[in-house]
Design a protein around this ligand. Sequence first.
Ligand code: FES
Length: 111
Amino acid sequence: MITINFIAAPADNSWANSTFDCKTGQTLMQAATAHNVKGIEADCGGLMTCGTCHVFVREPHASQLPPPSSDELAMLDFTATPRQPNSRLSCQITLTPALDGLTVDLPASQH
Ligand code: FES
């Protein structure tokens, strides 16, 4: 188990920041949906066709992740909240022990 921190968008007063113990081997999107994290919609279930699992990954972990594939980069062009340099699709991040303490900011909107 590793600890993941989800930070609510500043304008979102309906949900507080949360920290969960998550299983390694699953994707960040799977961990988020398993814990009903508000702000991760994951409409396509991880097929990389919806962009509704968009997150902003904080350092030091952002630079430790494998780089996004060309397909992930293309999908990030269609996210509801404009992408930033640390934008990733959470369905493409596999949780490993090295990601213990990972903190991600949730976008203001996924639709
Ligand atoms: S769950 Fe649809 S792109 Fe990640």
